[in-house]
Write a protein that binds this ligand. Structure first.
Ligand code: SAM
Length: 472
């Protein structure tokens, strides 16, 4: 029944194959020689199958775990270097007709304030985000065909791209909206979106149906096949994720990798990103009511094993996680983080009084973007505000081949430095600017080609003198 090339959800995420993988992983993790062979393969930095990666996840030998972490760090360094791409979520509307039991937007919640931004309010939110220095957004909505139909989402994207405030501009809009039709995905593509992100929540069909008891999201097959429809509609950068805490993490891990294998087998390109959200406290949601919560060590091990299994896929961690957890996760494979996020509708312009909260969940990392940027740089990371890839047509398999040939370092590193310089000039506090300018000087010699380095130096000088390049 298991067939990664099938277009049927229950065949590419075959429940039996997931269970067999878990049994195989449990047994093989106790076989030292077999584990050593998997690590040997992983050292080639070309990825692992869902079965092999599941064996590594099941290992509890501390020496093997150390090897796993070391490899994850090496792979991250090889393909992504020390760049960290920055973004922020923008909640457009929290009206929702679904019944998801972990999400406070569920229809039966009469307590939460329901809000939907008008186009004028979007202008104000985006202006506030630009004033922080953000260039890349992920827009979020609940699912409600009456209150937030596709036309509303498309109009909002147009508004967001049109706002040019001081030196600011949102140069890439990623979209996290409910599973939809091929026709609607085509419209999103035409609107110039970056990545289409949709979390599976859980791959376990029975649990999925219990956790989504009502509304269109109840349909497991429609939800699980969404990325195939998105790709049919021309979107070639898609972002996967599961909500950790809902199901057993080893089940989710194996199935998530099977989904990635399916996309590669059918569309010739794996997921552009994988997100790793964990359930958080929210309006009427208590994360302790869910039995499958994972501790920080397990969470970090999952991140390391994903890094090893799919080296070419970006990994995203949000402000659901604390500074301390993000610090560990960054080393092990994360390549994109959000900063200064608000999960409420309209929360960037004005913080909401508690009794009027429209927030989707509590945020753990509450630092400003300037604080996050400074912290990253002090730890040797280069915060990147670059969005060049999708405007230059480097999406889907063209992005993947860049990544696989490791040219991403020659191309992305210079762009990261130039966009960081723009950030430092336009938005940074004096201390952050000093830290950043020092970092740029240290990073410049790492650009291998003399010609590219001279080009970057010239551009840094232009940025210093007020020029901005809206192509990067
Ligand atoms: N409505 C769209 C959908 O159905 O996919 C958009 C998703 S929602 C705005 C973004 C994500 O937040 C969800 O996919 C879910 O994984 C996550 N989420 C919901 N409730 C959460 C909670 N209590 N804690 C953490 N994440 C949560």
């Amino acid at each position: 029944m298991y067939d990664p090339k099938s277009l049927k959800a229950e065949e590419f995420i075959d429940h039996r194959e997931v269970l067999d993988t878990l049994a195989y992983a449990e047994k093989t993790a106790a076989d030292h020689q077999a584990v050593v062979e998997i690590l040997e393969k992983a050292r080639k930095h070309k990825g692992l199958s869902h079965r092999e990666a599941s064996v590594l996840l099941a290992c509890d030998d501390p020496a093997i775990n150390e090897e796993i972490y070391k490899l994850a760090r090496e792979i991250k360094q090889q393909y992504y270097g020390n760049r960290i791409v920055m973004f922020a979520p923008l909640y457009l509307s929290n009206y929702c007709i679904n019944g998801c039991v972990y999400c406070p937007y569920h229809l039966k919640n009469k307590h939460i304030a329901r809000k939907k931004l008008t186009q004028d309010e979007i202008v104000r939110e985006v202006t506030a985000l630009q004033d922080m220095g953000h260039k890349r957004l992920a827009i979020e909505t609940g699912e409600d065909p009456k209150n937030s139909p596709i036309e509303y989402v498309l109009e909002s994207i147009k508004t967001i791209y049109s706002i040019k405030h001081k030196n600011g501009a949102i140069r890439r809009v990623n979209v996290n909206i409910a599973a939809t039709t091929v026709e609607n995905y085509r419209k999103l593509k035409e609107a110039g979106i970056g990545t289409y992100i949709l979390f599976q929540e859980t791959y376990h069909k029975e649990s999925y149906e219990e956790l989504h008891p009502s509304g269109p999201k109840h349909d497991y097959v429609y939800h699980t096949e969404a990325m195939d429809r998105a790709m049919e509609g021309g979107i070639d950068d898609v972002g996967l994720g599961v909500l950790f805490g809902l199901e057993r993490y080893r089940y989710e891990f194996a199935a998530l990798l099977m989904h990635a294998e399916h996309l590669e087998a059918v569309h010739g390109v794996g997921p552009h990103t994988i997100s790793v959200p964990r359930i958080k406290h929210a309006d009427d949601i208590d994360p302790n009511a869910f039995d499958n919560g994972i501790d920080d060590d397990t969470f970090c091990k999952i991140i390391a094993c994903i890094r090893i299994a799919v080296p070419y896929t970006g990994m995203i961690i949000s402000t659901r996680e604390s500074k301390a957890v993000r610090e560990r996760a960054l080393e092990l494979g994360i390549s994109q983080i959000s900063g200064a996020s608000r999960t409420s509708v309209g929360g960037y312009v004005e913080p909401e009084p508690e009794e009027e909260s429209s927030a989707q969940f509590d945020v753990s990392d509450q630092r400003t973007l300037d604080e996050v940027v400074c912290w990253l740089m002090k730890r040797g990371f280069v915060p990147s505000f670059c969005t060049a890839c999708y405007r230059e047509g480097r999406t889907g398999d063209r992005f993947m081949s860049l990544c696989k040939s490791m040219q991403i370092l020659n191309c992305c590193h210079p762009n990261a430095l130039m966009t960081l310089k723009e950030y430092l000039m336009d938005y940074a506090s004096p201390v952050t600017r000093i830290v950043g300018n020092d970092l740029i000087q240290k990073e410049l010699p790492k650009i291998p080609s003399d010609k590219v380095r001279q080009f970057v130096e010239k551009n840094l000088d232009k940025i210093e003198h007020g020029e901005r390049d809206f192509r990067i």
